[in-house]
Design a protein around this ligand. Sequence first.
Ligand SMILES: Nc1nc2c(c(=O)[nH]1)N[C@@H](CN(C=O)c1ccc(C(=O)N[C@@H](CCC(=O)O)C(=O)O)cc1)CN2
Length: 281
Amino acid sequence: MTATILDGKATRNAIFSDLSVRVRALADRGVVPGLGTVLVGDDPGSHSYVRGKHNACAKVGITSIRRDLPADTTQEQLHEVIDELNADPACTGYLIQLPLPGHLDAGAALARVDPAKDSDGLHPMNLGKLVLGERGPLPCTPLGIIELLKRYDVPLAGANVTVVGRGVTVGRPLGLLLTRRSENATVTLCHTGTKDLAAEVCRADIVVAAAGNPALITPDMVKPGAAVLDVGITRTDEGLVGDVHPGVRDVAGWLAPMPGGVGPMTIAMLLTNTVLAAERT
Ligand SMILES: Nc1nc2c(c(=O)[nH]1)N[C@@H](CN(C=O)c1ccc(C(=O)N[C@@H](CCC(=O)O)C(=O)O)cc1)CN2
């Protein structure tokens, strides 16, 4: 069996076309969405993702606002920039690129963002709304995973989904989203304390690998025909490596590869959150 590729780039491009139309409709109402980014330090991956976000804004017609800060930025200086974006009417939504340098408190920074401008859905109040099932911006990578599965008609209702990784940007919110009534999946959330990872992956109809552990998911672990989504990205001397072993392509029914699967969907969902928030004004 060769897996059907869940093509994140093609899906992102289709979403961008739809968003361009919606942004033009907003302009007719005099509403201009503006997405801000706050980037601290020199991490090459973070710089590349932020560049990607601004390029995407340009394609769709969203104004973008960029705040790049040096690696030695203090918590107080970071909070000043957050306060400035909270007060800026041209900035309708923004995000703090993660991870922040180790000396900064990401939780305190995220909590200072105006929850109404939280394009990433990572403010504690918006994460609380997710737990309660209330409407609010949702984290972009989990949203992108669900959108990709739906667009390729991968059955979700009643599916056993094994999510590997309990991070706040992917694993935890994804578990909450997948167990909503509208998705109705059964989720097993695995982490470094999981006793038998292979057994949890083996019985899954859908596997989401978001551990940041190269080639963690091997072909022998995957149920033939399952959908496998690779969210892990590790930078090595040989280039970027995902969490899913390349041989999984011959066993899985669907595969979202890294690169070209979930990553592009993260940016598509960020812009979707930004446009949605502007439409609700
Ligand atoms: N504030 C946030 N920080 C981070 C998030 C996030 O959603 N909000 N997610 C990741 C980084 N990220 C976006 O910020 C992101 C990661 C990967 C990709 C992507 O398109 N990846 C490519 C491969 C990587 C490459 O080419 O360099 C792919 O999978 O095809 C986009 C965005 C952590 N931080």
